[in-house]
Design a protein around this ligand. Structure first.
Ligand SMILES: [Zn+2]
Length: 269
């Protein structure tokens, strides 16, 4: 069964996921089964979908997330590759619904593909976004090469040091990633501590947070916008590295040029 055929708006969102998964692979940011995508698709669920039987028994989330009452998500499957998801998102991910009580879920479509092991962390972020009334519905975790490389130096882990440098490489970085790059010091992948630190850092007014020596976690209205934020920041890191490879430290835009940009575009920082 393919539930997307009768639901073009939902299909369009899943198509975006497949498009982004392809970009992640092409950019070398998604080795093996690296990276995760979850999308809150509740807005695209109609009465027909609501009556769909579950494909699996209820499964515990591991925590109670009260703002996810009645929510539906598309989630990358556990152990699945982005490059496979790009070809066939519904065979490498699944649609789940949160069950009453907000501490368990069941898989609804199209096949019983178990969601990513990072599901509790991703759902906790979605719960946080809904709690604060955010319009953001997409979350992305990936391993952008140059941004990860930056985090191997303490200099760039100081609060907003990387943000300021990246913003100063080309004006568009500040305009299109106006909240900059939050930093989360190294924590064990998949840990509760990492999930909590990620939410704490997002809450300090960032849309993209950097996990030291690991990767980024980005949230946005949809998955294309989440990808764009990471892409813009990583491009700036590549420009910095290109200048260093030419043998000099790039000057960067001046503080006055940055202030002028912020005022002209009405940016939040
Ligand atoms: Zn990772």
């Amino acid at each position: 069964m393919n539930i997307l055929i009768q639901h073009p708006a939902l299909q369009a969102e899943i198509d975006k996921v497949a498009e982004v998964a392809g970009y992640l692979w092409q950019k070398g940011w998604a080795e093996r089964n690296g990276g995760n995508i979850t999308i809150n698709v509740t807005d695209y669920i109609d009465d027909v979908l609501r009556t769909l039987p579950a494909l699996t028994e209820p499964r515990p989330i591991g925590k109670t997330l009260p703002h996810l009452a009645g929510c539906w998500f598309y989630c990358k499957g556990t152990g699945r590759r982005m490059r496979d998801l790009a070809r066939d998102p519904m065979a490498n991910g699944s649609i789940i619904r949160i069950l009453p009580g907000c501490d368990s879920y069941e898989i609804v479509a199209d096949a019983p593909v178990a969601p990513t092991s990072e599901l509790p962390s991703h759902l906790a972020v979605h719960d946080y976004l809904l709690a604060k009334g955010s319009p953001y519905r997409a979350s992305l975790h990936t391993h952008p090469i140059e941004l990860v490389a930056l985090t191997h130096s303490k200099k760039w882990l100081e609060k907003d040091a990387a943000t300021k440098m990246l913003w100063s490489m080309i004006p568009e970085t500040r305009a299109f990633c106006p909240r900059g790059l939050g930093i989360v010091p190294y924590l064990m992948p998949s840990s509760v501590e990492l999930a909590e630190a990620t939410i704490r850092t997002l809450n300090q007014d960032y849309d993209v947070v950097m996990w030291e020596k690991h990767g980024v976690f980005a949230v946005e209205t949809d998955i294309l916008n989440a990808f764009d934020q990471v892409d813009v920041l990583n491009k700036a890191a590549q420009i910095y590295i290109a200048a260093r490879n030419m043998g000099f430290e790039p000057d960067g835009m001046t503080d006055a040029q940055m202030r002028e940009l912020s005022q002209a575009f009405g940016l939040p920082k």
